[in-house]
Design a protein around this ligand. Structure first.
Ligand code: NA7
Length: 538
């Protein structure tokens, strides 16, 4: 057994996004020797990398941030109900300065491997320059959407114009688009936010859509000093509401069923929700929208009609209406003028659902049937190798050299979404099968849980913790059971582990915990209350 003092650090944290920042704060409070290793040149994670125009919260700013510090809540002024990326990044930088976090952060350090060492029971990390770091405990804070994927189409590297993925938006990006012939591939959450901004600047925009997405109005607004003071006074109430709700958002879900309403009452109710800002129209409806095909069909039709009312060309409108998945069965992004973009003469919808792109050429793209588009700039809004991608990008090896990639080859296995058997002393913040929903709320809970464990371990002279196969199997069954009946789990998306662009085969697998957040926390609290006896301790 190697003594703690012989190791470089007690705790290493990989990633300086919101998870890494809060982990660092909590671990530091325990008086442990800790360091954050971050691939980017600065802190911010998701909000550092995703700088495309229009990037912003879809959740109310004041509910989608940290609650742990009263001082921060008192000091910080959100200027918009749905914070743009620039403001969120400023908030993160303000936290880093306020708590003097940079002295324990090392940037431009991309971890390539993490190997658990026996004997000695410690982690050895190696960065891409070959530098090594060892520690007793490893906390992964790598984010759920941090490995951008390009489309698996021949010729991606042939294109001679400028091209980039939205998560790698260049500093001069918006300038480079001005007056140009631009193509954007993808119509997911990122694309929708991007399109509604860039169409105003470009000469011509071709929007390449393989699958339309449901989306609904965000209804953002500024927050002045007076309103911010009111919000500050309501913080306890806001966080309490988040704590009690299914996925930690402030919107209150109906208790009734869709069929409890008459058609007229339903329309009036939906119309009222539609006018509200944020996720009210996703989370404020009767919960059977998520499970009952007929309820979902009715609500989808309500939204389809909204699209028909906004898009002038009826042929384009029909193409923008999803036919193969219902409202809310994929993550519903919120928009501000997305549909109106399609009413502009210089904006074209290229529907490739029946006519896929055959290749990217030197000058643009070409579909199977021979449709060609010449482009100056090509934007890939093609999503991420989500949730497990950040783990696959690192060579994780546990006890006896077992690879995490192999462990998850037939489906994700974790205990509580926080630990994996044979990857001892490793904790995942926002790992797979963890509660996502309102991510900052989930981060705070997960980090507190891990910090509590570390404090307990020190008091009890424990320096080895390993999950068991039995508990992982139990958790897997529980995750599956919680996801049963949800229409979302029948649909291909990053929530169901589907990304057709990946070179490696990935089995379809639920990536997140689908049950209610209070239930998730109860289970994790119970493990703690039992003195962590579900784990092998040493
Ligand atoms: P998403 O939601 O995964 O969307 C990716 C989009 O790119 C989606 O419309 C895809 O179509 C499209 N795509 C991907 N590959 C291709 C190829 N090869 N050809 C054509 N179209 C393609 O990623 P986002 O970045 O928008 O959002 C991710 C999350 O970030 C989001 O849920 C928010 O929580 C924040 P498909 O639907 O696969 O047919």
């Amino acid at each position: 057994e190697l003594a703690n003092k012989d190791l470089d650090y007690d705790v290493l944290i990989v990633g300086a996004g919101l998870s890494g920042i809060y982990s660092l704060l909590r671990i530091r409070q325990l008086g442990l020797r800790v360091k954050v290793l971050e691939a980017g040149e600065e802190e911010g994670g998701t909000w550092f990398w995703n700088r495309y125009p229009g990037a912003r919260f879809d959740s109310e700013s004041y509910s989608y941030i940290f609650s742990f510090s009263q001082e921060v809540l008192d000091e910080w002024h959100w200027t918009e109900h749905f914070s743009p990326q620039t403001e969120t990044l400023k908030y993160i930088q303000y936290l880093t300065t306020k708590f003097d976090l940079k002295k324990d952060m090392q940037f431009s350090t991309r971890i390539q491997s993490a190997h658990f060492q026996t004997p000695g029971n410690f982690w050895m990390l190696t960065d891409e320059n070959g530098r090594r770091y060892n520690c007793r405990y490893l906390i992964t804070c790598m984010g759920i959407l941090n490995q951008p994927t390009l489309p698996d189409i021949p010729g991606v590297s042939d294109f001679k114009g400028e091209a980039w993925h939205t998560a790698r938006w260049p500093a001069n990006g918006q300038e480079a688009l001005r007056g140009k012939r631009v193509g954007i591939i993808g119509t997911g959450a990122t694309a929708i936010q991007t399109i509604q901004e860039i169409y105003k600047d470009v000469g011509h925009l071709t929007i390449v859509q393989r699958t339309p997405n449901w989306t609904a109005p965000l209804r953002n607004a500024k927050i002045d000093e007076k309103e911010m003071a009111e919000i500050r006074a309501r913080y306890p109430e806001i966080f309490q509401q988040c704590l009690e709700s299914y996925s930690c958002f402030i919107h209150v879900t109906e208790e009734k069923k869709t069929t409890d309403y008459t058609r007229e009452d339903l329309q009036a109710r939906w119309e009222e929700l539609f006018q509200r800002p944020g996720f009210a129209k996703v989370l404020g409806v009767c919960p059977d929208i998520a499970t009952d095909r007929e309820a979902n069909r009715l609500y989808s039709e309500f939204h389809a009609n909204k699209i028909r009312q906004r898009v002038r060309d009826p042929v384009v409108a029909e193409k923008l209406i999803p036919k193969n998945h219902g409202f809310g069965t994929r993550r519903v992004p919120l928009e501000s003028g997305y549909y109106e973009a399609f009413n502009q003469p210089h904006v074209e919808l290229l529907d490739i659902s029946d006519d896929p792109i055959e290749r990217i050429t030197e000058t643009g793209l070409c579909t199977k049937s021979g449709i060609e588009r010449n482009l100056d700039v090509l934007i890939y809004a093609t999503g991420f190798d989500a949730v497990t991608g950040s783990f696959h990008a690192v060579d994780f090896r546990g006890v006896d050299g077992v690879r995490l990639r192999d462990m998850w080859a037939d489906g994700i296995q974790t205990f509580l979404g926080l630990t994996v058997k044979d990857f001892p002393n490793m904790f995942m913040i926002m790992g797979p099968h963890q509660m996502f929903g309102n991510i900052p709320r989930s981060i705070e809970y997960a980090v507190d849980w891990v910090a509590d464990f570390l404090a307990w371990a020190r008091e009890n002279n424990v320096c080895f913790v390993n999950a068991t196969q039995e508990k992982m199997d139990m958790w897997y069954r529980h995750v599956e059971e919680m996801g049963r009946g949800l229409l979302a789990n029948e649909v291909d998306s990053w929530m169901t582990g589907v990304n057709k662009n990946l070179a490696h085969k990935q089995k379809r697998s639920l990536t997140r915990y689908n049950g209610p957040a209070p239930g998730y926390r109860k289970r994790c609290d119970e493990v703690k209350a039992k003195g962590y006896s579900d784990f092998v301790l040493g």
